[in-house]
Write a protein that binds this ligand. Structure first.
Ligand code: GLN
Length: 310
């Protein structure tokens, strides 16, 4: 049996049952809409690179993508700037929380595109001459990654803007360094709308699979980004995608991924598959507890660890 067959026959409901008894972690209180999430929700989706989409029970539950959007915004920034984005944002892990108010020493750049400072920057350099046009570019790009039109949750977007003081502080700090070149309010508006994009586990898994396939959406056949961009993004997911939990993640799961405060995790296993898990309770690093556990089991069951040895 090859991996595509393994993915086709993999029992996602059984995986879900294995992680459901895990009840540790807590749901974020960052904005009211996220604080209301049901802690018992758990949905999983897998997308093989032949375009086959598989989902578990509750795989259709909708959630705002939050920080799981960051790899895709980075991808669009690389694509739109001819990869000049690599000069505007660092690619080193920080060992710090996602919203740490800290920039790269010496350059004043955001440390990497997977933390808030980095995503504020990357969402400011995608194509579009003003904030509205950049938001439209991001919405169209994310929809191409997902293979279906994605909507923004306007209440979540408004709350991100209203309660985004820390992100605003980061934007002002980058402006004072000369590294962010749009208005701070515009930067948090565009980034906040990107975070408020509504997906479900299957849409997010297709997005991961599009990176894993080298930039072509395996369901629609559309090329969304170049193979070089996909490789760059997956590399940075591997080193920085789970913030200050990236080292533990790489040892235990071994698959490039991005976590988010809504409890979503997107995985991109290059050449193999995309996957997504949504379960709101988070650990101290802001990673879904059941999502981490399910990812580790999935990786072990399908032999996905990047550094597996004979
Ligand atoms: N919108 C959230 C924020 O900027 C996203 C954070 C996250 O998912 N870790 O604070």
């Amino acid at each position: 049996m090859n991996l595509a067959d393994d993915v086709r026959s993999y029992d996602l409901d059984a995986l879900r049952e294995r992680v459901l008894p895990e009840t540790s972690g807590s749901v974020t209180e960052s904005i009211p809409q996220l604080a209301e999430a049901d802690p018992d929700l758990c949905g999983i989706a897998l997308v093989a690179l032949d375009g086959e989409v598989r989902t578990s029970r509750q795989g259709e539950a909708a959630f705002s993508i939050q920080s799981a959007v960051k790899p895709f915004v980075f991808a669009l920034a690389l694509q739109d700037t001819g990869r000049a984005a690599l000069e505007r944002v660092g690619i080193e892990p920080t060992g710090e929380a996602f919203d740490a108010v800290k920039l790269e020493s010496g350059t004043g750049r955001p440390p990497n595109p997977m933390v808030n400072a980095g995503a504020l920057l990357t969402s400011s350099i995608v194509d579009g001459r003003d904030a509205g046009a950049r938001s439209e570019r991001i919405a169209a790009g994310l929809s191409a990654f997902a293979g279906r039109p994605l909507q923004v949750d306007e209440e979540v977007a408004a709350a991100e803007q209203r309660l985004g003081d820390r992100n605003l502080a980061l934007a002002h700090l980058m402006r004072s360094e000369g590294t962010l070149r749009v208005e701070a309010e515009d930067a948090i508006g565009v980034y906040g709308r990107a975070c408020a994009t509504l997906v479900d586990a299957s849409a997010l898994a297709v997005m991961g699979a599009t990176l894993a396939s080298g930039g072509v959406n395996p369901c629609t056949g559309e090329r969304v980004v170049s193979p070089e961009v996909a490789r760059d993004v997956i590399s940075v997911m591997a080193t920085c995608g789970v913030y200050d939990g990236s080292g533990r993640w790489m040892r235990e799961v071994g698959v490039p991924a991005k976590s988010s405060v809504s409890g979503a995790i997107v995985l991109a296993s290059p050449g193999f598959l995309g996957a997504a898990i949504f379960s709101p309770p988070l650990d101290d690093q802001g990673t879904s507890v059941r999502g981490h556990r399910a990812s580790a089991l999935l990786s072990a069951d399908l032999g996905l660890h990047a550094f597996r040895v004979p």
